[in-house]
Design a protein around this ligand. Structure first.
Ligand code: NAD
Length: 322
């Protein structure tokens, strides 16, 4: 049986969409990467990821700490540079350039959002594209769009594609509807799904805040990917039976019974949509864990590609003239 029609049963006997377990899939990717990293270590290569955090944003600090832990757990070097909120753009650019020149660093990530005195586009453009493991540099954005595979795809959409592949969801020729057109999720997601490639070859529709009659689009979707940042935007009347739902949204909603007074939900009305879906990601533990797994994967790729370039250069240098 193909996985995209698999369902499970709820306590009342009703069919429920199978949960796509992002945590388990991300775990498997990270375990495989740890084996690859151990192999690189035998050749004297330790992939290194440098993360720059400017300011005291608590959510940013949590993400950065988890990225550092994930690197160390995989046997990689995780370096975090914490700068004060008063850092100037020139100071930040000096740090970025130093990391560009540091041969122990294979991947560089500047945590967003940045304080308002710093222009994020200038910072992204200053990162060496071959160390841009977030995939936001225009060179990597362009490579993604034209289907050149030696660039880096942004981690969240790359993680969504990997979830679809690992869950046995066939995307070829399918109608995939995206909600959200940001440069971080929606646009690169569309570019990935359009390629002539495994986990792609789809017919893609991108919806956004000015889309007229959103439900008329979402109801056509074989696969619906929501990345709007709006809790319960996708309701049961907006999907067709058998749809695969990927919920990228992370929204805080107040919940006095939760220890922190809030809980995290996605963009999809999970309880009411799940019975209609063949497969669905939960929030949390759906797309979220994949983002870090793909960041590590991009960093290991950056290290491997650099080693291949250096091997090519030294082979060329030792070649005798004919
Ligand atoms: P964004 O605010 O930059 O973009 C939101 C997009 O949704 C916009 O393109 C907007 O036009 C569209 N939109 C908003 N309301 C809409 C509506 N009512 N109908 C149709 N379209 C609408 O956000 P983003 O950075 O792309 O993130 C989107 C969501 O994904 C957020 O909740 C964010 O927290 C989450 N996110 C999760 C991860 C992860 O690792 N799981 C990573 C990045 C972002």
């Amino acid at each position: 049986m193909h996985a995209d029609i698999a369902t499970s049963h709820g306590s009342e006997g009703e069919e429920l969409g199978r949960i796509i377990d992002g945590s388990a899939i991300a775990r498997r990717i990270r375990d495989k990467l740890a084996v690859e990293v151990a192999g690189l270590a035998r050749e004297g290569i330790v992939p290194g990821l440098a993360v720059i955090l400017v300011g005291e944003d608590p959510a940013g600090a949590v993400y950065v700490a988890s990225k550092e832990r994930a690197c160390i757990e995989a046997g990689m070097n995780g370096i975090t540079i914490r700068l004060p909120a008063t850092t100037t753009q020139a100071e930040l650019l000096t740090h970025v350039r130093a990391l560009n020149d540091d041969s122990a660093v294979h991947g560089i990530l500047v945590q967003m959002p940045l304080p308002k005195q710093i222009d994020p586009d200038t910072v992204i453009r200053a990162i060496d594209p071959m160390k841009d493991v977030d995939g936001f540099h225009p060179i990597n954005v362009g490579k993604l769009l034209i289907g050149e595979e030696d660039g880096f795809a942004p981690c969240t959409p790359a993680g969504v594609q990997e979830l679809l592949i690992q869950s046995g969801v066939n995307t070829l020729g399918k109608d995939i509807v995206l909600i959200g057109r940001s440069n971080i999720v929606g646009k690169p997601m569309a570019a990935l799904l359009l390629q002539d490639h495994l986990g792609a070859n789809a017919t893609v529709t991108i919806c956004h805040r000015y889309t007229r009659d959103l439900p008329s689009h979402t109801r056509r979707a074989d696969i619906l990917i929501a990345a709007a940042g709006r809790p319960k935007l996708v309701t049961a009347d907006m999907v067709k039976p058998g749809v695969v739902i990927i919920d990228v949204g992370i929204n805080r909603v107040s919940d006095p019974s939760a220890p922190k007074g809030y809980r995290l939900v996605g963009d999809v009305d999970f309880d009411n949509v799940r019975p209609l879906a063949s497969q669905i990601t939960p929030v949390p533990k759906g797309v979220g864990p994949m983002t870090i797994a793909m960041l590590l994967k991009n960093t290991v790729r950056a290290a491997t590609m650099r080693a291949a370039r250096s091997a090519g250069r030294s082979a060329a240098a030792t070649r005798q003239p004919a």
